[in-house]
Design a protein around this ligand. Structure first.
Ligand code: B12
Length: 217
């Protein structure tokens, strides 16, 4: 049935894909397996787009399918929500990139971990990130990016954060499909991953250490 779901996604059969996903969820599929099937389907859509076999409208449909299935499966759910916020994360998709599905998965998963999230949205200019850091004094600055063309804006952000001395006592995190790209060499970045489970783990470990550190002072 997982194969069937992937087929429906690649063939952009929205209703069939969502019905199939619902059935798999009712049958108790684990979130990681469902997540992997959807990501495989989207990767194939991406390749078909690159080969001119599908078009922007198809990307839109595939995005809607992924969002609906991830929501139905509550992929980023987590029960252990602490009473006190573990810390604060500012997140946004970098300038000239409007992809938000990955960012939104991160936002949900961070909030489910009891982490306060300030979501700046998509297409976020460097200045807006800087302003938000000064205003909210976050523990972590998280950037999402899937567009190769936007790598330059992440570099600019790293340089601006350093110049404004805004990297002290906080972490600068990059996520999104773009991290696979060899051109991403940004010295100010502390951690980068294209897997939100890893991203969540990194944030949680850093914030718990920070709290311990503050208690120990
Ligand atoms: C759906 C989609 C769209 C939808 C997006 C809908 C939405 N609400 O986001 C729409 C239709 C808007 C779109 C538009 C375009 N798209 Co598009 N799109 C896709 C597609 C098929 C899926 C992307 C997606 O949502 N994946 C699912 C999410 C969950 O995966 P993810 O983003 O990688 O996130 C995961 C991790 O990376 C991580 N993560 C993400 N962010 C963060 C942040 C942090 C801090 C952390 C820790 C982790 C993390 O967590 C997520 C789960 O693990 C991809 C192909 C693909 N398979 O990637 C093409 C793709 C990204 N698009 C592409 C292109 C070219 C475009 C357009 C230019 C097309 C056009 N001609 O207009 C426009 C660009 C507009 C712009 N300026 O951004 C290219 C990009 C090429 C490149 N790398 O530069 C791709 C790769 C297709 C291709 N192979 O050519 N697209």
């Amino acid at each position: 049935m997982k194969e069937k779901l992937k087929e429906f996604i690649v063939d952009l059969k929205l209703d069939e894909a969502e019905a199939c996903a619902d059935q798999l969820i009712r049958n108790g599929i684990d979130s990681q397996s469902l997540y992997d099937v959807v990501m495989d389907g989207l990767a194939e859509i991406g390749n078909k787009y690159e080969n001119g076999e599908c078009f922007i409208a198809d990307l839109i449909v595939s995005g809607m399918m992924a969002k609906n299935i991830f929501e139905a499966a509550n992929i980023s759910k987590d029960s252990q929500k602490p009473s006190e916020p573990l810390g604060t994360v500012i997140i946004g998709t970098i300038y000239d990139d409007i992809h938000d599905i990955g960012k939104d998965l991160m936002v949900d998963a961070l909030e489910n971990k009891g982490i306060k999230v300030i979501d700046l949205g998509v297409d976020v200019k460097v200045e807006k990130f800087i302003e938000a850091v000064k205003q909210h004094n976050p523990d972590i600055i998280a950037v999402s990016c899937v567009m190769i063309n936007s790598i330059g804006f992440i570099e600019e952000l790293g340089i601006a954060l350093e110049k404004e001395k805004l990297l002290k006592n906080r972490r600068f995190l990059l996520g999104g499909a773009v991290v696979n790209n060899e051109y991403v060499r940004i010295p100010q970045i502390d951690f980068m991953t294209n897997n939100f489970y890893e991203g969540i783990k990194y944030c949680e470990v850093y914030l718990r250490k920070k709290i311990e550190g503050e208690k120990g002072e």
